[in-house]
Design a protein around this ligand. Structure first.
Ligand code: J2J
Length: 539
């Protein structure tokens, strides 16, 4: 098995420890501690259950014993694909307790993506719920085992397990739980929303991730009294770490789970649980702003609304305080590490017009030109980042690492930003070719590769088009060959490719040919830029 690691140079690692950023704690260690300190405090609430910290710990230990009984071993990598239900937490903290490494897939991911994650991570387990949103994940488990036979263990945490193993809810006898792992070990794997090809794997350590969570708690005002609503998919890095459910649990707060982020689902939960803080992507924030005036629910407990994942426009941002009665906190983060927040006591203008500043005094941020030279303050440039919770490399991907990291360890975020006094950043756009569709990142190349497999597609370019609601939508420019398919048929065919629904192009435009230059072929990047410009001109 390719070893999973994330290492910083010794001098920096020493500095991060000495400064107290890396506290030497692990995920299962902190949960055990919270359960000892406040056993009866409520940790997790979903639609119809509520678990105390003591109960969550007991369930995590039972799950850990169950995994070991089923034949999984410490160090094994396990793809976790769960909706926002309480068992997400017993399943995942069970894996931590057993020294296993979760890889977080989103509920929307389908077989092509799940098989890629499993192969790339050399996973041997897959943790699912029976069904969610009408989709039966057991069928997906069968397809995965057919495609990647190494995934020998499927654990179903809720519903009917069929031929698979049910998540253990009793500790049972005869299984000793292993000693805690080291805080510098990789705790779990996140998925990158990168722009080239298939998703890359992001190994995060206990030390670095917990730092980003507890420091976020301080910046976002999360304490043991807070009530944090997870409205976005719990597996996504934003609702997990900014400050997220992990931040909230670290603080000993209450985490409330909503199966959907729609106002219809979320507002009654805010009222019932007196939610004080939550996070949304911009299109959902817009929906909440539209819905709030006509809803009867009392959402006055909400103090902070974090908005991030994609650019939140200033005009909409300005409406948050007057309409929802809470403080907006913009957050510009990435699963690879660096997270920026506006501060709760920043002037309103800073809150509505910037994407904040880094969490840590030791976040090193550079804004550079094409040649890698720093640009003057206020000028746009590429954002590079290095620091105590920003990864130094993807898992088992030397080519991506050569592209995405400088020789001195800065991560090339791919974002184009301007930096202002005080370190505040304003996101201007992206260098890479991906579509940020309502916070979901889609690689143009990945979708082009799928479409090229269609017999009547000669060539294709995927382009991001500005969209009033989604921020960006995806448009496929297609040159057909043979019989020209209907756009709707092409979309339907894409759905058979086993990919997440959000990756199916929103729009398909057939063209006769792609422009070339006198010198011959243009680069894909240039082509996409031209098609986009032409499309917008004719709007
Ligand atoms: C513009 N673009 C943004 C913002 C992210 C907190 C919040 C978000 C994420 C996330 C996260 C943006 N304005 N406010 O992990 O902890 C775009 C950038 C960035 C990419 C990362 C967190 N906030 N973005 O969205 O890994 O392009 O993380 O590089 O999914 O989203 O995407 P992702």
């Amino acid at each position: 098995m390719t070893p999973l690691r994330q290492t910083w140079p010794d001098d920096l690692a020493r500095r991060y420890r000495e400064k107290g950023y890396w506290r030497g704690e692990t995920f299962s260690g902190f949960l055990r501690q919270r359960a000892a300190e406040r056993p009866d405090a409520i940790a997790i609430v979903d639609r119809d259950r509520s678990w105390s910290y003591a109960e969550l710990l007991a369930r995590a230990e039972a799950a850990a014993a169950g995994y070991l009984r089923a034949g999984l071993k410490p160090g094994d990598r396990v793809v976790v694909q769960l909706p926002n239900i309480a068992e997400f937490f017993s399943a995942v903290f069970g894996l931590f307790r057993a020294g296993m490494i979760p890889l977080y897939a989103l509920p929307a991911h389908r077989i092509t993506e799940i098989a890629h994650f499993a192969r790339k991570a050399e996973a041997v387990g897959y943790v699912i719920a029976e069904r969610h949103d009408g989709f039966d994940y057991r069928d997906q488990a069968r397809a995965l085992q057919a495609e990647v036979p190494a995934v020998a263990h499927v654990v179903v945490v809720a519903g009917d397990a069929a031929e698979f193993t049910k998540l253990a809810t009793e500790r049972g006898e005869g299984v000793a739980l292993p000693p805690d792992v080291s805080s510098s070990d990789v705790a779990f794997i996140q998925i990158s929303g990168g722009s080239t090809g298939l998703s890359k794997l992001i190994p995060r350590t206990h030390d670095d991730y917990l730092y980003s969570c507890w420091a976020s708690n301080e910046i976002c005002g999360v304490t043991a009294e807070s009530v944090f609503l997870v409205a976005l998919p719990a597996a996504h890095n934003f609702p997990m770490s900014s400050p997220g459910h992990i931040g909230a649990l670290y603080a000993g707060a209450k985490v409330v789970l909503s199966l959907s982020a729609s106002p219809d689902a979320a507002f009654p939960l805010i009222e019932r649980e007196r939610v004080s803080i939550t996070g949304l992507v911009p299109p959902l924030a817009l929906l909440w702003l539209q819905a709030a005036p006509s809803k009867q629910n009392d959402i006055s407990s909400l103090q902070v609304l974090l908005v991030g994942g994609a650019k939140f426009t200033r005009e909409v941002a300005k409406r948050v305080r007057p309409v929802l009665g809470c403080t907006l906190q913009q957050v510009f983060g990435m699963a690879e590490g660096l997270v920026n927040y506006t501060r709760l006591d920043d002037p309103e203008e800073t809150i509505v017009s910037t994407q904040g500043r880094p969490i840590s005094p030791d976040d090193e941020v550079l804004v550079v030109d094409d040649l890698g030279n720093p640009v003057p303050e206020g000028e746009p440039g590429y954002l590079l980042a290095r620091g105590p919770y920003t990864i130094r490399g993807y898992h088992n991907d030397p080519a991506a690492n050569a592209r995405s990291f400088t020789s001195d360890g800065f991560y090339r975020t791919g974002d184009i930003v301007r930096r202002f006094p005080g370190g505040y950043l304003e996101v201007q756009g992206r260098a890479g070719d991906h579509i940020n569709r309502a916070g979901e990142k889609i690689s143009a190349e990945e979708i082009e590769d799928h479409l090229l497999a269609h017999p009547n597609v000669f060539d294709v370019a995927i382009v991001s088009i500005p969209d009033e609601f989604l921020g960006e939508r995806s448009c496929a420019f297609v040159i057909a060959q043979g019989e020209k398919p209907k756009g709707s048929a092409l979309k339907a065919w894409m759905r058979t490719r086993g990919i997440a629904e959000f990756k199916v192009p929103d729009q398909i435009v057939f063209v006769e040919h792609f422009a070339t230059t006198a010198a011959g072929k243009v680069s894909r990047k240039e082509l996409r830029a031209r098609l986009r410009a032409e499309f917008l001109q004719h709007q």
